[in-house]
Design a protein around this ligand. Sequence first.
Ligand code: DX5
Ligand code: ZN
Length: 220
Amino acid sequence: MSKTKIAPSLLAADFGNLQRDIEMVNNSDADWHHIDVMDGVFVPNISYGMPVVKTIAEHATKPLDVHLMIVDPDRYIKTFAELGATHLTVHYEACTHLHRTIQAIKAEGMKAGVALNPHTNVNLLKNIIKDLDIALIMSVNPGFGGQSFIENTYEKIHNLKELIKESDASTLIEVDGGVNSKNAKALIKAGADILVAGSFIFKTEDPTKTIQELKKSTDR
Ligand code: DX5
Ligand code: ZN
């Protein structure tokens, strides 16, 4: 049995056939639906907002892993809980009062995550790690799908894993950006627990098979 979780990023789905692509994920070996919300301020791109997340939630049968790339995420925590998010991840760089934000996410009954941009040192999580269900390492600069994987991600995962162990925390490590069959195994070996993949899954001819192979290749 594999402990690795695969979370296809619906950013790379065909929005004209969104229901079909959500159902593909429902019926695949994937574990979560990864939902990227971008505001055009925190990142230089706007993805989709509440009506689309609502539609995704209506059709999805697996946990909804929402990744907020927005400023002032506290304003929307309650809304995402009501929409059906099971996991809510905010960016370290977007939160002045991160501890308060994390507690607010948990108070709404969701699992709480913090994402780190490529330049952000994992040790900055030292004083909050025990409160986190997820630490998400961005392996590209957030804002767009289809970018190439940044190689220093392995070292960051390794350091984060050490921090989690030292702190006796049970935080899961999620990696997001440029994940594919070439780096998946090494990411898991470095300590990743959850792999997000967008283009690599949705731009293939048989996404279901791609998910299956990705999942199999990361069996532990
Ligand atoms: C990027 C998003 C990612 C993105 C991944 O800002 O957070 O989840 O969809 O896409 P790929 O796998 O194509 O890099
Ligand atoms: Zn994401």
